[in-house]
Design a protein around this ligand. Structure first.
Ligand code: NZQ
Ligand code: ZN
Length: 392
């Protein structure tokens, strides 16, 4: 096991009515004027946003709502939000929704606390982030894990770049997690979320670093729970048991626990981000599109690891090579069962000219300035080969 630091400071209130704790949590974590950042309107339609505004107002906490965040959230809106937050004098930013609203809340918090900087400088690592405003969360979808994670992902619409930053300033101070708030989700968003939760675990599980028994077994248990409850949730979004398992798995899959003691891989996320940056497809769909092709391409680097995954998660045993491949096939089949795309032609991207795969690889390698992943360090040619495998 490699040495590690674990820092997961988010206070979690989980269960029916968790959102009722908003004013108390704002006060407890030092807020007195808050901005509520939300998406395209699901929280207005469900009545959640007016309810939160009322809860705050009853406790004498002024608030302003800032909406319009779209999936694959845009830098331009985060910039606007930072200006509005400063004008309002907000001292805490609350993300109300999923990864897109929460990541925008994080970006707004960084921008509002650093008026001399442009937010994108932090994402491009051109300027270190040394201060921010505190962020809180009211979660409405189990997926990105942003409610407890150290990352935030934003798209620069001018360049088509979708980029994440990891910093402890991204860790929300609190997250209010009521599974009932996810009952209004369309099936497609539930299944995108299931894929994302699985992938936050797999992008840490596939590693060349051995000797991590607890981390491995937590990851394997989490995967089995998500797969089992994912099927139930996809067929009945009002199944409280299934939706609460997904919600908790979503946080644990991405708060660091499933990857302690080894380097993270995250190749599939990087491959997927380029697809979302170029074609604006949902994050979960970008991951299911790429995973099978990545897995087949890198499996030979450590088939024993893939065979272990097949055994512990899918109950497949046999000789190493056969079990490794069967585990990959079973995962891809599961994505298909959820109606998630597993190649370009399954989604609205469609089969692309080879030049597009080449451009995606170039962008993903940051114009050959980086290698991607750890399980196998992927250069531009490797990335090109993987995109070509998925382009069918
Ligand atoms: O915008 P509204 O109207 O709210 O609708 C949203 C949106 O259309 C809808 N939705 C959410 N809760 C709902 C609901 N509809 C009905 N009822 C509800 N209860 O779902 C759609 C998707 O929302 P979004 O926030 O985009 O989903 P998700 O949580 O999957 O977030 C995806 C974003 O997070 C990033 C992704 O790249 C993507 O940009 N990620 C962030 C991470 C992080 N910060 O740690 C890690 C992830 O790997 C990921 O990259
Ligand atoms: Zn993800």
């Amino acid at each position: 096991m490699q040495s590690f630091t674990m820092y997961a400071p988010t206070e979690i209130v989980f269960g029916g009515g968790a959102e009722e704790q908003l004013a108390a949590m704002v006060r407890k974590h030092g807020g007195s004027r808050v901005m509520l950042v939300y998406g395209g309107g699901s929280v207005v339609k469900s009545g959640l946003l007016p309810k939160l505004e009322e809860l705050l107002s009853k406790e004498g906490i002024p608030s302003v709502a800032f909406g319009g965040v779209q999936p694959n959230p845009l830098l331009a809106l985060a910039r606007e939000g930072a200006v509005s937050a400063r004008e309002f004098g907000a001292d805490m930013i609350i993300g109300v929704g999923g990864g897109s609203a929460i990541d925008t809340a994080k970006a707004v918090a960084h921008g509002a606390a650093n008026p001399e900087a442009d937010i994108w400088q932090f994402w491009k690592a051109e300027r270190p982030l040394t201060k921010s405003l505190p962020v809180g969360v009211v979660l409405t979808i189990s997926a990105a894990g942003s409610e407890t994670s150290s990352s935030a992902v934003i798209t620069n619409q001018e360049t088509g770049e979708k980029r994440g930053i990891n910093t402890e300033f991204n860790r929300p101070r609190f997250a209010l997690m009521n599974p009932e708030l996810t009952f209004t989700l369309p099936k497609y968003q539930i299944t995108c979320g299931i894929v994302d939760i699985i992938m936050h675990t797999l992008d840490r599980y596939f590693t060349q670093t051995g000797g991590n028994e607890l981390t491995d077994e937590i990851a394997e248990a989490l995967l089995r729970v998500v797969i089992r409850n994912g099927r139930k949730a996809a067929s009945d979004p009002k199944d409280y048991g299934a939706m609460s398992e997904l919600m908790w798995c979503g946080s644990v899959s991405h708060n660091g626990t499933t990857g302690l003691g080894r380097p993270m891989d995250f190749s599939v996320h990087q491959l997927g981000h380029e697809l979302s940056g170029m074609f604006d497809i949902a994050h979960g769909a970008s991951l299911s599109t790429m995973w099978g092709s990545w897995a087949l391409y890198v499996c030979g680097e450590n088939p024993e690891r893939f065979a272990r995954y097949a055994d512990k998660v899918w109950g497949i045993t046999g000789d190493t090579e056969t079990a490794a491949l069967a585990g990959i096939e079973k995962t891809v089949e599961y994505f298909r069962e959820l109606d998630m795309p597993v190649c370009f032609s399954d989604s609205r991207i469609g089969v692309q000219p080879e030049a597009v795969a080449a451009e995606l690889a170039l962008r993903c390698s940051f114009h050959e300035k980086r290698l991607v992943g750890q399980f196998k360090k992927l250069d531009r040619n490797d990335l090109f080969s993987i995109y070509k495998l998925a382009n069918r």
